[in-house]
Write a protein that binds this ligand. Structure first.
Ligand SMILES: [Zn+2]
Length: 112
């Protein structure tokens, strides 16, 4: 399961950055093109965080919509479905501008 390996990286990154302190909240950005199922990621995160300094932390996901610029006509489109297609000319040759994000943006740590 794709989400489980993402959850594993998130827990690893968060616990490394927390450096022994307790993490209460993890904020991340998830691009639309990553096709992450939020409930599956939250579930995996809870499971893998057990026994680490990230245990019990809230996982907040900010969804980033996908956008691309058409290489044929230059129009920028919001990309909602697959295949990714220019909304102006129907072209399939797009430069992806947004939507591939997958990163931990910030952590909230317990006060010492
Ligand atoms: Zn186009």
């Amino acid at each position: 399961m794709h989400e489980l390996s993402i959850a594993e990286s998130v827990v690893r990154i968060a616990s490394r950055q927390a450096d022994g302190r307790c993490v209460t909240k993890v904020q991340m950005k998830v691009g639309h093109l990553r096709q992450v199922v939020p409930s599956a990621l939250t579930f995996g995160f809870g499971l893998l965080a057990e026994g680490t300094s990230v245990e019990g932390a809230e996982l907040v996901m900010e969804q980033v919509p996908a956008e691309g610029r058409c290489r044929s006509c230059g129009v920028e489109s919001r990309l909602d479905g697959f295949p990714l297609r220019c909304l102006a000319c129907g072209g399939l040759d797009l430069e992806i501008l947004k939507g591939e994000e997958l990163m931990v943006e910030s952590l909230e740590l317990e006060e010492a």
